[in-house]
Design a protein around this ligand. Structure first.
Ligand code: TTP
Length: 675
């Protein structure tokens, strides 16, 4: 039966589903004897028992925290079971978790528009499903309402002393005099409870959920009652929720903008924002950010659930803490080769399974220098067009690293100063692939698609191009002697950005290590300061993708090192929708002041604002990097990015989360098993 769309966005039904202690659950599914026992997953790193990355709720009750190392956790909870993350290529291998996350997504995606927000989080737009239910089988007409739905925490619900919890939930869901928004939420409660049970049944994973009228509120709610519970934010409860919510707990306010609100305007809670007029906020933070702040103070957010089940980017990273810090180019190259290999494996399976191609390769690293006169200097991130072929990714990643290192060390590099030579140490490395596009539909094979491009010289050796983008590293390597042919075949013969480093004498100054090449193709990612500024992107453009840094000249040069996406750039069926592009955030770390928007409603205006400020800057689009990627990046980098990407996982508005003391519904589905 066709259903009329609600007129106001308040009538949307959005859910945020978040898996409980996800990696632990994945490990417990592998080893069921661990279920119900205090358990933690530790990083691949034996120092002090390894760093904890996921902690079960039983362990949390004993005081174990994610910030601890294995030994500390043992001290706090002697019975704790420590499981090491799977390892491949000398580093954590998160494939199992990624695949487990996909299992969940494929179940949830059947219910409505589904957006995979991270390795273990999903947004769902259940508006259509809720409306259908309201029209066809409204809650009050149901013979019974599922127990799981009746365990929902509905914010603002009025209960008399002695009221039965589930009865009051039933009453709320079935109220005949409820307004349409609440009625739709009531349906959402039932749908989400059903979905969570289905996820549990099919994957054995429990999850928690938030149900509200927009993404922002749903996300806030999902962390409020964990594990294995759901929390609902009716329209009437929004203001109360926000009034006491610490400002930094709000999505996208965990970073610089949140700090500025605290220090510059004395704002402590989101509710404090209400004292400021929209104009005042605009005066401080610009028109769009001001409006955005004004809106979020009132629980208004126009952010749509994106229909996106696949990650926006892939990444592979590793940290080298303390004595393990890398200090030679050959060591760095060794690790970049491993990381690139892993990255390429994922790019290959994305290509094979989803027919998607990434176009930008980015290198991030964290470092420090001996005799660091400028201790705050960040190791710059660099990116370049992504070339398919594992050796190419390895080569380009290493080139990017060397470019970044040269910039990091400054014009005098590691030249001896006085008697001592300045040296560097790398404490974290990561490579990521972003700007992922679909191979246009109707293209049965990528090879055929490439061949159909008239601007592309065909490969002289039949099958070479296929191998060039082939799914196995070996296949691409087998083509390596065809390098120039394949490069040209994959790239249109137009221009390319090339940075020439003119730093004097740098090559000779890298200790006794490899020479740093003078020239390579790369683009600078403006990531050199801590000024984490959040912007939506230039709509669909790479406006200003050229940055000059001192001592560097950018020149146009035909070097045949284009990315695959160049081939697609004129293709009208480019898969990234305008809306999606608009909603991305671009980080420009060279800006003076934080500015942010997640709402589509004013993104184009904001784009302009940002564009004006950043005419010649080159930022990379944070929105193109899937948040799950950050789980894999070195912690230093995670910290930097999480502050604005994934600000807070536990926005609990003063309520305690995660102590497991609350009734935990399906969390108790699995009783502890005897070991
Ligand atoms: P989270 O959803 O942040 O946490 P969680 O699922 O472990 O626990 P909660 O029930 O409180 O949501 O992270 C999902 C997984 O991502 C987590 O199980 C392990 C991994 N992860 C890291 O590897 N490093 C990190 O710093 C964080 C925050 C998570």
């Amino acid at each position: 039966m066709p259903v009329a769309r609600p007129e106001t966005s308040d009538a949307r039904v959005i859910a945020h589903v978040d898996m409980d202690c996800f990696y632990v659950q994945v490990e417990q599914r592998k080893q069921p004897e661990l279920r119900g026992l205090p358990t933690a997953v530790v990083q691949y790193n034996e120092w002090q028992g390894g760093g904890l990355i996921a902690v079960s709720y039983e362990a949390r009750r004993c005081g174990v925290k994610r910030s601890m190392r294995g030994e500390e956790a043992k001290a706090a909870c002697p019975d704790i079971q420590l499981v090491q993350v799977p390892v491949a290529r000398g580093k954590a291998d998160l494939n199992t978790y990624r695949t487990a996350g996909s299992e969940v997504v494929s179940i949830l995606a059947q219910s409505g528009k589904c957006e995979r927000a991270s390795i273990d989080e999903v947004y769902l737009d259940l508006t259509d499903a809720a409306e259908s239910m309201l029209a066809d089988a409204p809650p009050e007409s149901l013979e019974s309402i599922d127990e799981e739905a009746l365990k929902s925490h509905i914010l603002g619900i009025n209960r008399e002393d002695g009221d039965d919890f589930k009865e009051s939930v039933r009453d709320w869901i079935c109220r005949k005099d409820a307004d349409r928004r609440d009625k739709l939420l009531g349906c959402g409660i039932i749908i989400v409870a059903e979905l969570r049970k289905q996820v549990l049944k099919e994957t054995e994973f429990s999850c928690s959920a938030g149900v509200a009228h927009n993404k922002m509120l749903a996300k806030l709610a999902s962390g409020m009652n964990k594990p294995a519970q759901q929390t609902v934010v009716p329209y009437a409860a929004v203001q109360e929720l926000l009034t006491s919510l610490p400002i930094k707990k709000m999505k996208q306010l965990g970073g610089k903008l949140g700090t500025s609100l605290q220090t510059d305007l004395g704002i402590v809670t989101v509710g404090d924002l209400l004292q400021f007029s929209e104009t005042k906020l605009q005066e401080h933070y610009g028109i769009n950010t001001g409006t955005w702040l004004w809106n979020i103070a009132r629980g208004i957010s126009g952010e749509e659930v994106q229909g996106r089940l696949l990650p926006k980017s892939h990444g592979s990273g590793k940290t080298f803490p303390g004595p393990r810090a890398l200090r030679s180019l050959s060591n760095v190259q060794h690790w970049l080769n491993q990381l690139s290999e892993e990255l390429y494996e994922r790019l290959s399976s994305d290509l094979e399974q989803n027919k998607r191609i990434a176009s930008t390769l980015t290198l991030h690293a964290t470092a420090f220098r001996s005799k660091d006169s400028d201790s705050h200097k960040k190791f710059p991130s660099k990116s370049c067009p992504l070339r398919y072929g594992v050796t190419k990714v390895q080569e380009d990643a290493f080139n990017l690293f060397q470019a970044a290192l040269r910039e990091y060390m400054g014009p005098f590099g590691t030249k001896p100063q006085g008697n001592k030579k300045e040296t560097w140490r790398i404490t974290g490395l990561s490579v990521s692939a972003s700007k992922i596009v679909d191979i246009p539909s109707g293209t049965s094979s990528i090879m055929r698609y490439f061949q159909s491009q008239s601007t592309i010289p065909s490969c002289s050796t039949s099958g070479c191009l296929q191998e060039h983008v082939a799914v196995t590293p070996s296949a691409s390597e087998s083509c390596s002697e065809q390098k120039s042919a394949e490069t040209e075949a994959a790239m249109p013969p137009d221009k390319d950005m090339s940075i020439t480093d003119t730093s004097p004498d740098l090559d000779n100054s890298y200790g006794n290590m490899d020479m740093v090449p003078e020239k390579f193709t790369c683009q600078d990612v403006s990531c050199q300061s801590n000024e984490a500024t959040e912007f939506p992107t230039q709509s669909g453009s790479n406006k200003g993708t050229q940055t000059k840094t001192s001592g560097q000249k950018i020149k146009e040069k035909s070097r045949g090192m284009h990315s695959v996406v160049d081939i697609f750039k004129n293709y009208s069926a480019a898969p990234r929708s305008k809306q999606e592009t608009q909603e991305d955030s671009t980080v420009s770390l060279t800006s003076n002041r934080g500015s942010l928007s997640s709402s589509t409603s004013h993104s184009s205006e904001m784009n302009k604002e940002v564009g004006d400020r950043r005419e010649t800057e080159w930022g990379y689009k944070v929105g193109e990097i899937d948040q799950s990627v950050f789980d894999e990046l070195p912690y230093e980098i995670q910290r930097e990015f999480r502050s604005f990407l994934r600000p807070n996982k536990r926005p609990n508005a003063g309520k305690s989360k995660g102590d497991g003391s609350a009734s935990s519904g399906i969390a108790h589905y699995f009783p502890p098993l005897k070991r």
